[in-house]
Design a protein around this ligand. Structure first.
Ligand code: FES
Length: 109
């Protein structure tokens, strides 16, 4: 089973099982990682924002225009920001590392 790593807001590394075909958002939810995902993957929010480790960013499928548009609204936007619900686990992404952003607009601080 592939793995992925979440870096939590306090810097804790959390390595978890990452079943193929699940999104990073779904994987986070399975393991109690604090990513909201308010619209459950329908590209209508930016609360599933994650910051991809730069060494992994180039291996991801490119963001669609709709994803880019939602990302523009994300808090703490970085060069390697993506929406977690759009990142689908594949063999090639075994070891994928993403960081949680400093906060989201819906988190109330
Ligand atoms: S969960 Fe809303 S865009 Fe990803």
């Amino acid at each position: 089973m592939p793995k992925m790593v979440f870096i939590e807001r306090d810097g804790t590394r959390k390595e978890v099982d990452a079943p193929l075909g699940l999104s990073v958002l779904e994987i986070a939810h399975r393991h109690g990682v604090d990513i909201e995902g308010a619209c459950e993957g329908s590209l209508a929010c930016s609360t599933c924002h994650v910051i991809v480790d730069p060494s992994w960013y180039g291996k991801l499928a490119k963001a669609t225009e709709d994803e880019e548009d939602m990302l523009d609204l994300a808090f703490d936007l970085q060069e390697t920001s993506r929406l977690g619900c759009q990142l689908i686990m594949t063999e090639a992404l075994d070891g994928l590392t993403v960081k949680l952003p400093a906060g989201s607009r819906n988190a109330g601080g």
